[in-house]
Design a protein around this ligand. Structure first.
Ligand SMILES: Nc1ncnc2c1ncn2[C@@H]1O[C@H](COP(=O)(O)OP(=O)(O)OP(=O)(O)O)[C@@H](O)[C@H]1O
Ligand SMILES: [Mg+2]
Length: 448
């Protein structure tokens, strides 16, 4: 059973023994340390519920240790033991974030009660955090839109893999929703009440990325003034999202591979490996297989990360999702701005459906928000960003004379005939522009 422990920090051996006996008699799991230095080591490698520490110790004293512990885990619960004559220092400790203090000599019952209170506080912290996450969770889910077959397929994979710990690699162009899907997997899983942490592997210099991921020990480099746990360990029981994994420098690829194989990390400046339990979801807008082929990315790491593969198609390949997305983003901005909802004219919607979305859903979202803000009662083509407006004007005529919206098939027919016209009926050219093969084009033309 791995019940969280009380860590007793006390340099007098007799006192350590007495405290251990007292606490074990109450069924607490007890770890001890004879100095603050040792205590920090134990604290950063074990699951500690409460730290009970003497103030006066040779070497680092209890107050400085409190500082250090708080910098490792700001929610850590530390109880200070102090002599009756030095209550002042206990007050100082409370100001620095100690949970409580107890004066020596103490009544056993008082000490036990203080520890029990601390543990209860810890439970409350955790429950609160879980509740907050659950709220986020409900919020997140109504927010993912996708009726296209390709997105429906992605949702099925998300449901299926959420509750496993398998590594997931999400590939897709910029703005296709990679982070949103990563969060969906996390919040659908049993890990949902534990942290979802993210790091952008392309945004940090190598040495910083290394200590962000794997942690470091105090003094391991200039500026490392405290121990740092590192994201792999901080995401314990939860998920670590490695964004832009394709940008990870080769030396860190090796270190990450080893960490994933062993399920343990060795912080920078340390030689002690420590276990971790985080699920890894990575994302890239590069084609990672090509990167492997070009020797920019380690093949063995690729296979470690790519146990489950999710590929998010660009928006222009699932245009049927656009109308709902537009509606969704328009309501969202209305809510944010405390404004009534607005309708969108069919011309404006057609322009959005037909645009070549290089920046995918993020670009669509920006366009809709901008148009909402600029528009009056209705969102019109005129309110769209200039380049979308311009491309709409170059587009084929979409509206029926009667003003009815054509079916998708009808739109396709007109579009193909338009292109055929533009290339003077050269079918090879037309097929190339349309991005379909020649036989498909023949088949479609025959149907028309
Ligand atoms: N299916 C969807 N339904 C609703 N909103 C979405 C959907 N997919 C993405 N979004 C929204 O689009 C924006 C971009 O999504 P996200 O940040 O997840 O993309 P990304 O692939 O990580 O982009 P980048 O490669 O630029 O980091 C976000 O605001 C997100 O909420
Ligand atoms: Mg992203």
């Amino acid at each position: 059973m791995n019940q969280p422990a009380v860590l007793v920090v006390e340099d007098e051996e007799l006192m350590r023994r007495i405290l251990r006996q007292l606490l074990e008699a109450e069924n607490f799991r007890v770890l001890t340390a004879d100095s603050a230095e040792n205590a920090l080591e134990v604290f950063s490698t074990s699951d500690i519920a409460v730290v009970l520490t003497d103030i006066k110790m040779s070497g680092m004293d209890g107050i400085e240790m409190l500082d250090q512990i708080k910098s490792i885990d700001s929610e850590a619960l530390v109880i200070i033991m102090t002599a009756y004559s030095s209550v002042d220092s206990a007050i100082a400790a409370l100001r620095k974030g100690a949970y409580d203090y107890i004066t020596k000599p103490f009544v056993n019952e008082d000490l036990l009660q203080t520890i029990k209170n601390a543990i209860q506080t810890r439970e409350l912290f955790r429950e609160n955090r879980a509740l907050r996450r659950e709220l986020d969770n409900q919020y997140d889910f109504s927010e993912i839109i996708g009726t296209s077959a390709s997105l429906q397929n992605v949702f099925r994979v998300v449901e299926k893999v959420a509750d496993t710990s398998a590594a997931v690699l999400i590939q897709g162009e910029s703005g296709t929703g990679k982070e949103l899907i990563a969060k969906a997997i996390h919040f659908k899983s049993r890990r949902a009440t534990n942290p979802f942490l993210a790091v952008n592997c392309g945004a940090l210099p190598e040495s910083l990325l290394e200590s962000e991921l794997f942690g470091h020990t105090k003094g391991s480099f200039t500026g490392a003034s405290t121990d740092k746990k590192g994201l792999l360990r901080s995401a314990d029981g939860g998920t670590l999202f490695l964004d832009e994994i394709g940008e990870m420098p080769p030396t860190l690829q090796v270190k990450l591979l080893r960490a994933l194989q062993e399920q343990e990390v060795t912080p920078v400046g340390s030689s002690v490996a420590i276990k971790f339990n985080a699920r890894i979801i990575s994302a890239t807008n590069k084609n990672l297989e090509n990167e492997v082929a070009a020797n920019n990315f380690r093949e063995d790491l690729f296979y470690r990360l790519n146990v489950i593969e999710i590929s998010l198609p660009p928006l222009r390949e699932r245009r049927e999702d656009i109308p709902l997305l537009v509606k969704h983003f328009a309501s969202q901005i209305a809510r944010q701005q405390n404004k009534p909802e607005k309708l969108i004219t069919k011309e404006a919607l057609a322009a959005l459906i037909n645009f070549h979305w290089q920046g995918n859903i993020r670009e669509l979202q920006n366009a809709v928000e901008r148009a909402f803000i600029l528009s009056n009662e209705e969102i019109e083509t005129d309110n769209l960003p200039p380049k979308i407006k311009a491309s709409a004007q170059n587009n084929f005529e979409m509206n029926d004379p009667e003003g009815l919206r054509p079916t998708l098939e009808e739109m396709e027919r007109r579009y193909i005939l338009e292109i055929m016209d533009a290339v003077k009926e050269d079918k090879t050219d037309a097929a190339e522009i349309l991005g379909i093969d020649l036989s498909t084009l023949y088949r479609k033309l025959k149907r028309f």
